[in-house]
Ligand binder design. Structure first.
Ligand code: NAD
Length: 522
């Protein structure tokens, strides 16, 4: 194995602009607490989405490197599981402090590689850090239960780590989603192999560096790279007991099916089409601001973006104001002062988004605000799509059926709350939903009848904090939601329950003859 020099960007020297990088370095992989230079023959070029300048080359990890990562994790596991829970807690405290200390550096890596604005990238880091902070309470969370179930007999339950586990991440939250796995998987005593998105692994590499500094022993966190080939290795490698996946339906349904068939635990959060229902009695200003922020923030590349607006009754008359507000957003390089949204991830993504906008036009919808062709003067080569609003959309249209994952809001009209609920429930996805109303009765009826798994009442992006769980529903989560990320279900996912039933009797009470009937302990 060849050591790599260090991370291309260190804590004192990291980019804070979209200037072309002169000394482009390949992304290393991370094994046994060291950054290594890959022997890969295939590389994935990573371009700054605002300029399309080359930032780094991400290796497709070789078979030998992937196997070495598993061997390293296997070797680390016995000592790590035997490390006291308080020692693991202390490492997690240190890790959270280091993430906080490196907050700007992590966010800068995200802005450079993923494209979102610096302020938004800071939010990406913080939402992940909150999960790590939650994992600092691991001794309480790991506690089992005990009950005297009969005379002299008790049953106790323990939570035990699984062993080697893996996490496969999407491009849109380069820090938050690795941090959905790293803290919980490791604090519970597992060794984790992380595969960040090949489109923006920089934040994950910084997290690996911080994990080493925090005191994670070698092999507890390894980072490998690549695309489908690495994923297939993870799915088929028998030593890997569980896979956390976040990403598209195409990849996630495949990983869930094949991983489960291989006997692994798989949790998989998938795509979305989140609706906002706006009622005539809503606080208009709050509703419009929330919808514009949640539809166009991060250039619509959030799995909880509000990409679909259901306008109930006369709220359709609010469209001109909505369009004015969307039009006022500043689309620019993410490091630029005052930028509201950055570019989309790739030229292919831009092309896909624009073709979905065109399909809406062809199917008879109206393009009320058209973001196609927009380019900020300073960044003519970026993957730009300006805020776009499509009205008069009908459920059969392609722009309604497909996840657009860009700064595009599609708008439908209905006459009543019931109609809004029926429309939203007819959609296959069920990640999140929001309602804007001042009526408690309306909100309660909506909350009861809606099938989406995360409901916001006057809250645009209701992603629960780490003590709850990320509870998408329907096609937005694989396996009928058998396991959700973080919170109690996250803890459950990364641990195996063991129960021990014991009998301690005084000598004279010991049984005298074999009893072949099923023991009932009663
Ligand atoms: P993606 O599915 O393209 O990639 C996710 C991961 O899967 C990457 O690590 C990638 O290398 C791997 N991958 C991609 N194609 C593969 C294939 N054919 N076989 C095996 N592995 C493959 O997703 P993305 O574009 O990076 O992320 C955007 C998607 O993720 C959107 O659909 C979004 O809604 C979803 N997402 C969902 C949540 C959630 O919690 N529900 C959160 C964030 C993103």
């Amino acid at each position: 194995l060849k050591p790599a020099a260090a991370l291309a960007f260190d804590s004192t020297n990291y980019p804070t602009s979209h200037e072309k990088i002169q000394d482009v370095q390949d992304t290393p992989y991370f094994i046994d607490n060291k950054f290594m230079k890959s022997e890969a023959t295939q590389f994935i070029e990573l371009h700054d989405p605002a300029t399309n300048n080359l930032v780094t080359r991400v290796p497709q990890s070789t078979d030998a490197e992937l196997k070495a990562a598993v061997e390293s994790a296997k070797k680390a596991f016995p000592a790590w599981r035997a490390t006291s829970v308080m020692a693991r807690q202390r490492i997690m405290f240190k890790f959270t402090q280091l993430v906080r200390d490196n907050w700007d550096r992590l966010a800068a890596s995200i802005t450079l590689e993923q494209g979102k604005t610096f302020a938004d990238a800071k939010g990406d880091v913080l939402r992940g850090l909150q999960v790590a902070e939650g994992a600092c309470n691991i001794p309480q969370q790991m506690m089992g239960e005990v009950l005297e179930v009969a005379k002299d007999m008790e049953t106790r339950s323990y939570r035990e780590p699984l062993g080697v586990v893996a996490s496969i991440c999407p491009f849109n939250f380069p820090a938050m989603i690795p941090l959905w796995s790293i803290p919980i998987a490791t604090a519970t005593g597992n060794c984790l192999i992380l595969k960040p998105s090949e489109r923006d692994p920089g934040a994950a590499m910084i997290l690996a560096e911080l994990a080493e500094k925090a005191g994670f022993p070698p092999g507890v966190l390894n980072v490998v790279h690549g695309a489908a080939k690495t994923v297939d290795f993870i799915i088929d490698e028998p030593a890997i007991k569980a896979i956390s996946f976040v990403g598209s339906n195409r990849a996630g349904e495949y990983i869930f099916t094949r991983g489960s068939a291989n006997g692994k635990r798989v949790q998989a959060n998938l795509g979305a089409k989140n609706h906002a229902a706006i009622l005539p009695d809503a606080n208009k200003q709050h509703a419009l601001n929330s919808i514009v922020g949640a539809a166009f923030g991060a250039a619509g590349q959030r799995c909880m973006a509000l990409s679909t607006l259901v306008m109930v009754g006369e709220t359709k008359d609010w469209l001109p104001e909505l369009a004015e507000s969307a039009k006022a957003l500043k689309v620019n390089g993410g490091f630029e002062e005052g930028a509201d949204l950055g570019p989309v991830i790739s030229p292919q993504s831009k092309e896909r988004i624009e073709s979905l906008i065109s399909s809406a036009e062809e199917e008879g919808a109206t393009i009320l605000l058209d973001g196609r062709g927009y380019k900020p003067a300073k960044y003519l080569n970026g993957n730009w799509v300006g805020p776009t609003i499509i009205t008069n959309v009908k459920p059969h249209m392609k722009c309604y059926r497909e996840e657009i994952f860009g700064p595009v809001l599609v708008c439908l009209n209905v006459d009543s709350l019931d109609e809004a609920v029926d429309l939203i429930n007819a959609n296959e996805y069920g990640n999140g939903v929001a309602i804007f109303t001042k009526s408690g009765a309306t909100a309660t009826a909506f909350q009861k009848n809606i099938e989406a798994g995360q409901v916001g009442i006057n809250v645009p992006i209701p992603v629960p904090l780490p003590f709850f769980s990320f509870t998408g529903n329907k096609k937005s989560i694989a396996g009928g939601g058998v396991s959700t990320f973080y919170g109690k279900p996250g803890l459950q996912f990364y641990t195996q329950l063991k129960t021990v039933t014991s009998l301690w009797k005084a000598e004279d009470a010991i049984s005298k003859a074999a009893d072949v009937a099923m023991p009932t302990h009663s």
